[in-house]
Design a protein around this ligand. Structure first.
Ligand code: AMP
Ligand code: ZN
Length: 476
């Protein structure tokens, strides 16, 4: 197979992906802050991570994937001095303790991920389980002169890390000039960010050399969890585009000053899911959850398809029309799978010729070439629709249908959207009886009866089609 090229936000280039250790990919994905139900925009980023992992696995690599759960320290402003801890704000709102808030939204998040068919990462570590690891890095950064204590707060001195700003394209000078937020006098430089903060009023707090009432900054959490579970050198680090600055910029600075090694070799970022051309965000109140999607009558796998079918580096504007389109597209792919099954069972299909096998092979090549080009999903998907047209045009026979079905199964290992084999082939006995009765009605030329039975089948979610080879059915 051709090499896999990825766009690296760090170098601003498409590069050939090679893991540091042959055969093994160490990948860290910035996960959710569990103060609220995750919205479908968040899931765009997580599904991007899942697709990437699945593609690496398709390519025969083993992936050690870690996605964190942030349950403390993420302030409302994303920058480190603005606003309150998001979880504590929600705890007050719901009159629960912060742990109960974090636990319940984390559980909901894990359920939503399962419902979306996300392959489970090796680990979902939680920030509050890694306080000693964070403090160890902070102590080391203070000892090396990259961080300093100001009262009971600890800041990272951005002027001690020459590459600060390389990922995001920000320059320290500009950041200082542009710093609007009430700049704390205690910082050496306005762009310095907090590693550890002290606040007696904070509900979640830990004893440390920096006082008794401290809690970590959001950025140090990811460095500590990534290093602990994946080692000092990662292959891939992902997040949504808003994570580039300050979050990932700060992660790089503190991790590299701590280990003396480059932190992650490839930085990949998914563009936002938008609504009406703007950001979908909890704070803007324009978010949808999986339940909203279900209430509108859509299967969650249709949402999965809608969120992965575009290119991850293109913004995606969410509309319900896109969901309808996605449902239609998925029905076509389900139909492709059904047709291939039937042809293998001897229903329909061409006398097998070399041309059929070539079509199946070409579809696989196009699919692979697409995904190898920085996960170009639109190209990859077009290979499936072209294959479907060829199948509907009767160009495949039994053997080539097997080749094509094998490819489709593997392709769906990456996409994760097709109806499961069991769902596709298992017919409720009642539905089978209706099908048999309709066959009989047709033989008896009882067209009215046959039409009535067709409607009844539709109520069971079964769509039938009469073809020269006989009646075929598919699930709606
Ligand atoms: P949060 O729970 O706010 O920490 O966000 C979790 C993840 O979702 C982060 O990687 C964000 O970059 C990502 N994210 C947030 N909003 C969106 C959006 N509208 N579209 C895509 N990703 C998003
Ligand atoms: Zn993170």
């Amino acid at each position: 197979m051709h090499p896999f090229h990825v766009y690296n936000t760090y170098t601003k280039n498409k590069e050939v992906f090679e893991p540091g250790e042959p055969g093994l990919v160490r990948m860290y994905n910035c996960g959710p802050t569990v103060y609220n139900r995750q919205h479908i925009g968040n899931f765009r980023s997580f599904l991007f991570a899942d697709t990437l992992r699945r593609w690496l696995e398709y390519r025969g690599l083993r992936v050690r994937q870690v996605m964190n759960i942030t349950d403390v320290g993420h302030l409302q402003g994303d920058a480190d001095v603005e606003g309150e801890d998001k979880i504590e704000v929600q705890a007050r709102r719901e009159q629960l303790d912060p742990k109960a808030i974090a636990d319940s939204y984390a559980e909901q998040f894990l359920k939503d991920m399962k419902d979306l068919g996300v392959r489970e990462p090796e680990l979902y570590p939680r920030a509050t389980d890694h306080i000693p690891e964070m403090l160890a890095i902070i102590d080391d950064l203070v000892a090396k002169g990259h961080a300093y204590r100001a009262g009971d707060n600890v800041y990272f001195d951005v002027t001690t890390f020459e590459r600060y700003g390389r990922l995001s394209g920000n320059r320290v000078d500009d950041l200082e000039a542009g710093a609007r937020i009430e700049v704390r006098d205690e910082k050496r430089n306005p762009a310095d960010f907090a590693l550890w903060k002290s606040d007696e009023k904070h509900l979640m707090k830990w004893d440390s050399p920096y006082g008794e009432h401290g809690f970590p900054g959001w950025h140090i959490e990811c460095s500590a969890m990534a290093i602990k579970h994946l080692g000092e050198k990662l292959d891939i680090h992902t997040g949504g585009e808003d994570n580039i600055f300050p979050h990932h910029e700060c992660e790089i600075a503190q991790s590299e000053c701590h280990t003396g090694e480059p932190f992650a070799r490839y930085w990949l970022h998914a563009k936002f899911l938008q609504v009406d051309g703007g950001k979908m965000a909890k704070s803007l109140g324009n978010v949808y959850t999986l339940d909203d999607v279900r209430e509108r009558g859509f299967d969650v796998r249709v949402l999965r398809y809608a969120l992965i079918r575009g290119h991850y580096r293109q913004p995606l504007n969410f509309t319900w029309d896109i969901m309808t389109e996605s449902r239609t597209a998925l029905e076509k792919l389900d139909e492709l799978a059904d047709r291939l099954r039937r042809i293998q069972d001897g229903q329909g299909g061409a006398a097998d010729a070399a041309a059929g096998a070539e079509l199946a092979t070409a579809a696989r090549a196009k699919f692979e070439d697409g995904l190898n080009d920085d996960l170009n999903m639109p190209q990859a998907l077009s290979s499936l629709f072209e294959l479907r047209s060829a199948v509907l045009d009767g160009k495949l026979g039994r053997d080539s249908a097997r080749t094509a079905a094998d490819f489709l199964r593997e392709a769906d290992g990456v996409l994760g959207v097709l109806r499961s084999e069991e769902a596709a082939t298992e017919l409720q006995p009642a539905a089978q009886a209706l099908l048999d009765a309709r066959e009989q009605a047709r033989k008896d030329k009882d067209w009215a009866g046959s039409d009535r039975l067709r409607d009844e089948l539709l109520e069971h979610g079964i769509v039938i089609q009469d073809t020269p080879e006989g009646t075929i059915w598919r699930l709606k």
